[in-house]
Design a protein around this ligand. Structure first.
Ligand code: NDP
Ligand code: 13P
Length: 339
């Protein structure tokens, strides 16, 4: 194990979407030997023959020659795995991994969501499905397009083992990609999952043309929800106010580059959530996490009115106007949440 910690050279990235491809490029830029697994043969051949992933990163051609495969067994000798498929496919991916190797290595969870069917954090899903693996999390303000183009950003890389967290940051640090080590695996996950729900709310405010003041107020009150739930679940304050919490919340709640934000804009413009989801457009993880976030809040005795409003609009039991009016007519409170 200690030899692996000191020598994370072979990195396997699972997921051929925008973020998987961008992280594979980052790891290659950091000097790692990278293999990218994708299930779509078209993605593999695009990466192999043209150094592009036109389906998910249109208009970008990379200098790096990535090794791409759709044979999961080829990832079994990696020193670390980055799991970069959507949150709701995490369990299925881990079950598939368990059939091809033992994976006594760090598995870095990069999806930003909570398992909808169980309410479990992805690190708990990992422990159940691949108990010998070491859970780690990569999260923070980082649009795949920006990272693939080599634009600079910083993220949190969390692992309970401090030495391993530091080794992972060393393995992934590239000139334009600055990972900060953390031991707070819970905090890094709660921030990433909740900011997507809150970005839908901010997008809806923009789509409904409610003004920049409303957008800022919602972001701040959303942050209060994120920190309260995070703290109740055991997250550290520094993580929630750091890159994977506040950092990513600010990015996603203010940028039309975010798919969650754009999903919210479309809701605000009057489109129906069920129709948007059925159309199978771009991934908006917050639409899947909203309801389960509210349920987690109830379990921990934390009110999450903005997440609740998003969940109701997504499931079609409320309209944007009704949700807004119920947010505005809640009993007046102290800002710190105390009575
Ligand atoms: N894009 C971004 O800027 C960032 C994304 N993230 C997070 O990363 C995760 C992945 O996002 P992103 O890469 O953008 O998503 P994309 O929609 O770009 O790509 C999703 C990828 O996952 C694959 N996939 C989907 N379902 C399965 C499955 N059941 N089994 C195996 N592979 C599957 C898709 O394959 P196929 O093409 O065959 O459908 C595709 O390669 C999300 O949780 C997101 O929140 C985090 C930070 C930044
Ligand atoms: O997580 C992200 C940026 O940090 C990407 O956000 P979206 O999934 O909303 O596009």
């Amino acid at each position: 194990m200690s030899q692996k910690i000191n020598n994370i050279q072979k990195v396997a990235v699972l997921g051929g979407g925008g973020w998987g491809t961008a992280l594979a490029l980052t790891a290659a830029r950091a000097g790692r030997d990278v293999i990218l697994w994708a299930r779509d043969p078209g993605t593999i051949s695009d990466i192999r023959s043209r150094q592009q992933n036109q389906r998910y990163l249109p208009g970008i051609t990379f200098d790096e020659e990535l090794l791409a495969t759709n044979n999961l067994a080829e990832t079994a000798n990696a020193d670390a795995i980055l799991l970069v498929t959507p949150a709701q496919s995490t369990r299925e991916m881990l079950k598939a991994l368990a059939t091809v190797g033992t994976f006594k290595v760090p598995v870095i969870l990069c999806a930003k969501g909570i398992e909808r069917s169980t309410g479990k954090l992805l690190s708990d899903v990992l422990i159940e499905e691949l108990p010998q693996a070491i859970p780690a999390v990569l999260s923070g303000p980082s649009f795949a397009d920006d990272v693939a183009k080599g634009l600079p950003t910083a993220v949190t890389v969390a692992c309970e083992n401090k030495t391993l967290a530091e080794a992972l940051t060393t393995a992934l640090a590239a000139p334009a990609f600055r990972p900060y080590a953390s031991t707070d695996v819970i905090g890094a996950q709660v921030g990433g999952a909740l900011k997507n729900v809150l970005a839908i709310a901010c997008g809806a405010v923009v789509g409904r043309k409610l003004g920049a003041s409303a957008q800022a107020a919602l972001t701040a009150r959303g942050f209060a929800e994120l920190t309260r739930l995070g703290a109740a679940m055991g997250a550290q304050q520094e993580t929630l106010t750091g890159l994977s919490g506040l950092g990513d919340l600010v990015l996603t709640c203010s940028s039309a580059q975010s798919r969650n934000f754009r999903f919210g804009v479309e809701l605000g413009e009057g489109q129906n959530a069920a129709d948007l989801i059925a159309a199978g457009g771009k991934l908006a993880e917050g639409a899947h996490s909203a309801k389960i976030a509210v349920e987690l809040g109830k379990q921990h005795g934390i009110e999450l009115p903005i997440c609740e409003a998003v969940a109701e609009v997504v499931q079609g039991s409320s309209s944007i106007d009704k949700a807004l009016s119920s947010l505005m007519s809640r009993p007046l409170k102290h800002e710190d949440g105390k009575q």
